[in-house]
Design a protein around this ligand. Structure first.
Ligand code: SAM
Length: 483
């Protein structure tokens, strides 16, 4: 194994046109020399120039360029690592270059980020990190700019990551949240939002931020009634998940190649998402369950598929609403052979008859609870995104409350722990609609939320505080995420 293939720190730290394959570089060239770093550079460029999603562009590029397994692993580590750590890397680069990063040409900045990531967070030999970066720039832009990159990276390499943090991060005593945000490369507003959501548990903030940088492993869901998690684990060589009875964790491998996944007996789904769908089916109703279930925000269909499989066991059915046509198509694909009817509509006015027994509102949100799976997302989201989302979330929850029968259950979930998107939305529903909150902890003793109960005959079984799903007090070293 070469030094470049031994990432050192990872285990401790914890789409449309814009996602099509990257444009050719200005002087197409050196992919034969260093295909892994060329691929990583091209994906970072697509993310920066076209707002592409790294986790969509990279796999397509690896397939197209036919990188071997080791190069693909290195390209993945460098791309995702540099994308996640961008804020910290930029602070170091700005200091070493003695100028703000927005005064550095974007194409050079991509390479500097890759080089700095290798120097600070991997075991790549410093000379290799610098030389390969300089090569990338020289081949495309010539010696002048290569000299600049060489000089900056040599300065970066004079200190360890810890020494840079000591020099550049806010003082941990005076500004603990700012310090942790810098150390774990999160925008300050996101670290502050997490601290706020943790409340009395804010001491866990460093673990939470570190968890965002842990390499995400694949979670599979075994389709109930078709295959058990035990059988799926045996067939795939995976491990049973600790929280959901349907979950299997896979450390390695491409899930798309697994027979049970290709045959529709299993699918990729985060364990946290499985818990959300399961909680809806377990919440107590007033009176009998007549088997009319609704998924009001269904695309791309992960939870609709699990709900559909559970509904099928009892002869029940699910309506699935999704306003975006191509996402509704994904729901149809995911739920074929299941008792799920897909409707392209706005969940705020879906044109459905009221009287559902169980409704899931898996609302559009900032996704701050799923940053581990979306490398660059933390640097793209803005606090100003929240107000519009909260308005939509409240309207969707109101719509669900109007569609549920008296004594039925609505489950509200987001992939975000931000209190404005979770607790505040639910509190607003309780205040305006007189609904009551249920205690989902009964069903997820180790991972769930504070109790809520609803009045006037309707029940809102809310799983509002996804913080608690994301941040359980567990003896496990990883947090489940939804999304
Ligand atoms: C968090 S995702 C849902 C994930 C899905 N439940 C799953 O498990 O695969 C939110 C979905 O809500 C959809 N959405 C956005 N606005 C909506 C609206 N007004 N009514 C219903 N759904 C909406 C988005 O297109 C997106 O597919």
């Amino acid at each position: 194994m070469t030094e470049s293939r031994r990432p050192a720190r990872r285990s401790q730290r914890g789409p449309g046109d814009r996602n099509s394959k990257p444009r050719q570089t200005r002087r197409p060239s050196q992919s034969a020399v260093d295909p892994a770093r060329t691929a990583a550079r091209d994906v970072l460029r697509a993310v920066r120039e076209r707002d592409a999603y790294a986790n969509l562009v990279l796999p397509a590029l690896l397939r197209e360029r036919k990188l071997d397994t080791r190069d693909a692993a290195l390209a993945t580590e460098l791309t995702y690592g540099a994308a996640r750590a961008q804020g910290l890397l930029d602070a170091v680069i700005a200091s070493a270059a003695d100028r703000p990063v927005d005064e550095i040409d974007g194409a050079l900045l991509d390479v500097l980020r890759l080089g700095t990531y290798q120097l600070l967070r991997t075991r790549v030999a410093p000379h290799a990190a610098v030389a390969t970066s300089v090569d990338l720039v020289r081949t495309e832009f010539g010696s002048g700019r290569a000299g600049f990159v060489n000089a900056v990276l040599r300065r970066v390499g004079e200190k360890t990551e810890e020494q840079w943090i000591e020099q550049l991060a806010p003082d941990p005593e005076r500004d603990p949240v700012g310090h942790l945000a810098f150390r774990y490369a999160h925008p300050l507003w996101i670290a502050q939002a997490f601290a706020h959501a943790l409340g009395a548990d804010a001491g866990e903030l460093d673990r939470v931020l570190a968890a965002d940088d842990a390499r995400p492993i694949v979670h599979l869901v075994a389709r109930p009634g078709v295959i058990t998690a035990e059988e799926l684990a045996l067939v795939t060589g995976g491990e049973l998940g600790p929280w959901s009875p349907y979950a299997v964790h896979l450390e390695h491998g491409d899930p798309g190649r697994l027979e049970p996944v290709r045959d529709g007996m299993a699918a990729v789904q985060d364990e946290g998402s499985q818990l959300v769908a399961r909680a809806l089916t377990l919440a107590p109703l007033d009176g009998e369950d007549h088997g009319r279930w609704l998924d009001l925000c269904a695309g791309p269909g992960g939870k609709a598929a699990l709900l559909g499989a559970l509904a099928a066991l009892d002869g029940f059915s699910v309506d699935a609403v999704e306003p975006v046509e191509h996402r509704a198509d994904l729901v149809r694909k995911t739920t074929r052979d299941l008792p799920v009817a897909v409707r392209v509509a706005d969940g705020r006015n879906p044109g459905l008859d009221a009287g559902y027994d169980r409704i899931l509102v898996d609302a559009p949100c900032t996704g701050l609870g799923a940053l581990r799976r979306r490398p660059e997302a933390r640097w793209r989201r803005q606090p100003s995104d929240i107000a519009d989302l909260v308005r939509l979330q409240k309207e969707l929850l109101t719509s669900a409350i109007e569609l549920v029968r008296p004594g039925g259950v609505v489950l509200y979930a987001t992939c975000s722990p931000h209190v404005s998107e979770t607790v505040a939305v639910v509190a607003d529903a309780i205040r305006r609609h007189g609904v009551e909150q249920l205690d989902t902890r009964e069903h997820h003793a180790h991972v769930s939320t504070p109790p809520m109960r609803c009045g006037v005959g309707r029940w809102v079984g809310v799983c509002p505080n996804v913080t608690r799903i994301l941040l359980p007090k567990l003896d496990d070293d990883a947090y489940p995420s939804t999304g």
